[in-house]
Design a protein around this ligand. Sequence first.
Ligand code: CP
Length: 321
Amino acid sequence: MKHFLSLRNIEPSSVLKLIDRAIEIKGGSKPTNLEGKILGMLFFKRSLRTRVSFEAGMAKFGGTAIPISVGSDSWDLETEEGIIMNGDKTEHVKEAAPVLSRYCDILGVRSAPTIGKKEDNILNSFAKYSEVPVINLESNLEHPCQALADIMTIKEKISRPKKMVLTWLPQVKATPVATAHSVSMVGPFLGLDTTIVHPPGYDLDPDFLEFSQNIAENFGGRLSVKVLENGADRDKLFSDSDIIYGKSWVSKAKSETEQSEEFLKYSSFKVSAIPKNSKFMHCLPVRRNLKVSDSVLDSSIVVDQAENRMWTQLAILEDLL
Ligand code: CP
């Protein structure tokens, strides 16, 4: 069964083909096979863009999407194998996934993050028991739909980009790392000179960095990581950068309380200004003037990124269906 779970298990050339197809669809080409199809989407965590971009995309081309907020629209779902289900969870994915497969042609799953854990239990459980393809709508570790939209946006908005900085942003509470892992691949897939910059202790998972490094080498780019204590030093990396991508992410090395307290310590990592010729990107949602200033956001391409979620996801749906 072909799923869309991670950019790490797809041929790099196929990733770029999806982007090219998304650009064609945005330009007016109709996806061939969405008419009459049903997408079931399970949300273990809230969403604005992912939910509406999939619903709108399906509706535009004759399909239907059914979003389910797990636990409020449906039963709470268990993923652990062999467990005695005497807690809050009423139904096991072993039944829920095949049952949904009998109603829907394709499923999407947004997991609840388990901060600090290197597991994708919810997503993997659906992929195991589903009888139809499954799309990762953001798991504990990855957000591949976001990465595709971001690659497309850079291709559209910047002619011949060379340099990208992915910077950690201050956070008032520990924020999942999935998007940062996926965005670490964006510059590499475009062959850019990519720098990831964060304070001490906020390292991304080495497996993702190694993957992104290999992709960068494959496409003639470079990936480096800089660990800095303050935003003024970080800002020096912005010069000549075509893209400055901001994102908060959790530290595996520190407790949630420690990280909340570090908000003040690393508040200089807020992006207050960027060079005139750079474009600012963020996956959204973002807390204005806490992580990024009004002026940077107001001249950014964040809305274009969000729009491109729909076009790239249509290419994924067409490919899987
Ligand atoms: N970027 C993104 O996935 O947005 P939502 O959490 O609103 O879906």
